[in-house]
Design a protein around this ligand. Structure first.
Ligand SMILES: Cc1cc2nc3c(=O)[nH]c(=O)nc-3n(C[C@H](O)[C@H](O)[C@H](O)COP(=O)(O)OP(=O)(O)OC[C@H]3O[C@@H](n4cnc5c(N)ncnc54)[C@H](O)[C@@H]3O)c2cc1C
Length: 469
């Protein structure tokens, strides 16, 4: 029997791939602690619309997610956002996102400095120094802040790069590693002879598409992103894979005959013990550490070093009349330095055609990021009140949502520090002696949905390659 522990998108992708690699469905168990599959993918209903409490789209620059959608028969249902340009809250007002940024870094720094008021005059002058300062020496890896601040100064980092790059990970550019989180910046800077980061990036900026030809490289489903999960689950079930929901894996041990999985029991009753030929761990790193604490101690200790940010997503419905002017673009990014609770707002019913309502706007509001747990001390009602007050200030909006729902995510997003790739390689190396154990998921090979799918798929291929002919 093979088991996949964790029924998020990584575990689901691993299960589908094992079937494609000839594993018999009767030999496959998918074990998920929650009552539903999907993990961080969770669509909730508001005003009869499927609004996302987790990811609201996946990147389509790589084919992993679109391929999975096709594989489970829903490739023709994909929809793309109507807009994808968020404004930035800085210096007490909203600014349109400046043109010509790559991961928040200005590529045409001269033009950026002339046209964007998102930075203070001093901050703009400091950004120009990128063009004249000598090359920044970097070790094999560094934090994103280290490179950005050396080149453009603190303000570019805090106002642009941290909300854009750090925002994706609910992290901080002072903690996140260049090689794992923004390898494009590091590679471009190390490969070109230019001392300027902006000039180094010019070479890798994709050419401007012809007018009207711009496709926003993100997608979702009009019935909610969890359509992908439901379609995959139906396919696994139809194939005969045993899916155990509401079942927590408790420990893995090595016996003379191989691996043994212990499931959690209730009360005094111990859960079932299942002998396994192999196991794929598709759970967050802290859960993997607990599960591996008896079979692979050194891997478990290293897994514990992977930190996470906790976040909460609040979906709010406002009457259109609450806005002094209709929301523009796809949302608003709020830099950490403003000290607001809100980190980002998505104008969900503007961004997605299928979420449009005749009389209301739906907003998705994120709070919490690495090092900022203020929201955790508030109950939902107080949090929603605080959020409404901040939105009133930032969006010139009457603080009167007619509906609100908050979803809290513990261990929402892993934080890839410098040398993360080396840490992951070393964990996988330590596991080599622990039997047929593979790791996949957001903690290791990228946090986005497509990266998780690829991570699960590759773990399944490695597992299939270990199985006897
Ligand atoms: C608020 C938010 C917004 C995001 N936005 C985007 C976005 O727009 N685009 C994007 O691409 N990505 C986004 N992401 C990231 C992406 O959603 C996640 O990284 C990805 O879904 C993680 O998938 P996973 O399968 O690796 O892990 P998870 O989804 O965390 O799944 C792991 C599963 O393991 C289960 N589990 C844990 N321990 C056990 C155990 N002992 N036994 C059995 N089961 C266990 C858990 O219950 C969970 O279901 C977002 C994430 C969050 C939180």
């Amino acid at each position: 029997m093979l088991a996949i522990l964790g029924g998020g998108i990584s575990g689901i992708a691993a299960a589908l791939e094992l079937l494609e690699n000839g594993v018999s469905p009767g030999e496959l168990l998918l074990i998920e602690a929650q009552d539903t599959l999907g993990g961080k993918i969770r669509s909730i209903e508001m005003a009869g619309k499927p609004v996302e409490a987790g990811p609201d789209a996946f990147l389509t620059r790589t084919a992993a997610a679109t391929d999975l959608a096709s594989k489970v028969g829903i490739g023709d249902q994909l929809v793309r956002p109507q807009s994808f340009s968020a404004s930035i809250w800085a210096r007490g007002r909203r600014h349109p996102s400046p043109e010509g940024l790559m991961l928040g870094v200005p590529v045409s720094v001269g033009q950026f400095v002339r046209t964007s008021a998102v930075l203070s005059p001093l901050g703009r002058l400091r950004a120009l120094l990128d063009l004249v300062l000598p090359k920044t020496r970097l070790a094999d890896d560094a934090t994103i802040s280290h490179l950005v601040r050396c080149r453009f100064g603190r303000e570019v980092d805090e106002v642009l790069v941290d909300p854009m790059v750090g925002g994706i990970n609910a992290g901080s550019t002072t903690v996140l590693g260049l090689r794992a989180v923004a390898p494009q910046l590091l590679d471009a800077y190390q490969k070109t002879g230019s001392s300027s980061l902006a000039r180094s990036l010019v070479a890798i900026v994709p050419p401007r598409p012809p007018a009207g030809g711009r496709i926003i490289p993100f997608a979702s489903f009009p019935t909610g992103l969890d359509t992908l999960v439901r379609a995959a689950e139906a396919q696994l079930e139809a194939a005969g894979v045993k899916i155990m929901k509401g079942t927590r894996a408790e420990s893995l041990t090595n016996s003379r005959t191989g691996l043994v999985l212990q499931l959690a029991g209730t009360g005094r009753k111990k859960g079932e013990k299942i002998p396994l030929a192999g196991v794929i761990l598709a759970v967050p790193a802290s859960s993997a550490a607990v599960l591996l604490s008896q079979t692979a101690r050194s891997a478990a200790a290293k897994l514990e070093r992977i930190d996470y940010a906790d976040v909460a997503m609040t979906v709010m419905r406002y009457p259109k009349s609450a806005f002094s002017e209709p929301p523009q673009g796809s949302g608003l990014l709020v830099p950490r330095r403003s000290r607001h609770l809100v980190t980002a707002v998505t104008f969900a019913s503007r961004k997605w055609k299928h979420l449009e309502l005749p009389d209301s706007e739906l907003l998705r509001v994120s709070v919490g990021r690495f090092g900022d747990h203020r929201f955790a001390a508030m109950d939902d009602a107080s949090l929603q009140r605080e959020i409404a007050a901040e939105l009133a200030e930032m969006l010139d909006l009457r603080p009167s949502p007619t509906e609100a729902a908050t979803w809290r995510w513990k261990e929402a997003l892993p934080q890839y520090r410098p040398f993360h790739k080396e840490l992951v390689a070393s964990i996988r190396n330590d596991l080599a002696g622990a039997g047929a154990v593979e790791l996949c998921g957001a903690a290791y090979d990228g946090v986005g949905v497509p990266a998780c799918i690829t991570s699960g798929t590759e773990a399944a291929r490695r597992m299939a390659a270990r199985l006897p002919g």
